[in-house]
Design a protein around this ligand. Structure first.
Ligand SMILES: O=P(O)(O)O[C@H]1O[C@H](CO)[C@@H](O)[C@H]1O
Ligand SMILES: O=c1cc[nH]c(=O)[nH]1
Length: 256
């Protein structure tokens, strides 16, 4: 018997005789549960350690997959991804949420990341700052095809992955009264550089994929429209998240 991985709380032996090679990875443990509960069959709870809930289940086509939790931010994600790779995971699709910084990318829609501007400290422990943060092209095209098949409003483009929800995404409506000069107007600059959205994990995930030899992709539901205001649009939250999940599930079915 292999030993239990310290943070995710399970090991390869817990995954049965046909262990999954694909993991759907959500920031939110509730989303990891929702995916298992609504979209997988024969679900088994693997662990609920430190909020990093993980579930084993079977896709409608009979393939086993994992639905796991990264936690928020790149340091937590880096630990979970390292351990998932140690137990044999070869493909990871992040199912996240994000804020749009472009007028045409509306709340309720989804963004599929072709690459990330990676402004994340954790990634610098894994690869040099200049190392590309690019998504796996095959998984990414599969996500786009799934979004088309499901007739969901989707956007393919570059994502900004940053370490903080407030300062790093240039939010001024927060407890911090002083936004650093280096972050003031950064959203406008990113908008001009054709970046679509802000989130907090994809860049580090993509760099890890390059270094560790696994395939990674990311689909995020859009919860905030930063060209209008800073707040989360709760009216479109369920639509955005359900759309991201459905696209990832169909992709997993087509890839496995
Ligand atoms: O909804 P998740 O997957 O957590 O993703 C986004 O939401 C969190 C911030 O609210 C960050 O983790 C960000 O990347
Ligand atoms: O604006 C947002 C919404 C969700 N997640 C983020 O990181 N930013």
């Amino acid at each position: 018997m292999g030993s239990t991985l310290y943070h995710i709380g399970f090991n390869r032996d817990d995954l049965g005789s046909n262990p999954p090679t694909l993991a759907l990875l959500s920031g939110d443990p509730q989303r990891a549960y929702q995916i298992a509960d609504q979209y997988l069959e024969n679900v088994q709870r693997l662990s609920e350690n430190r909020g990093l809930h993980s579930y084993w289940g079977v896709l409608p086509n009979g393939c086993p997959i994992l639905s796991a939790t990264s936690g928020m931010g790149a340091p937590s994600l880096s630990i979970v991804v390292n351990e998932l790779v140690q137990i044999g995971i070869k493909k990871i699709i992040r199912i996240g949420t994000c804020g749009s910084i472009q007028d045409h990318v509306k709340t309720g829609s989804i963004v599929i990341s072709q690459a990330a501007l990676c402004r994340q400290g954790a990634a610098n422990d894994i690869a040099p700052i200049e190392y590309p943060a690019s998504a796996d092209p095959f998984l990414t095209v599969a996500l786009v095809q799934a979004a088309k098949e499901l007739e969901l409003t989707h956007h393919l483009g570059i994502t900004a992955s940053v370490d903080t929800f407030y300062e790093g995404q240039e939010r001024t409506d927060s407890a911090n009264p002083t936004l650093l000069r280096s972050l003031q107007n950064i959203t406008e600059e990113y908008r001009a550089l054709n970046i679509l959205n802000y989130e907090m994990e994809a860049g580090t995930l993509f760099k890890m994929a390059g270094v560790y030899h696994f395939a990674a992709a990311c689909v995020c539901g859009v919860l905030a429209q930063r060209t209008r205001h800073e707040q989360i649009d709760l009216d479109h939250k369920d639509l955005a998240i359900d759309s991201a999940i459905r696209v990832a599930i169909l992709t997993a079915q087509n890839c496995e």
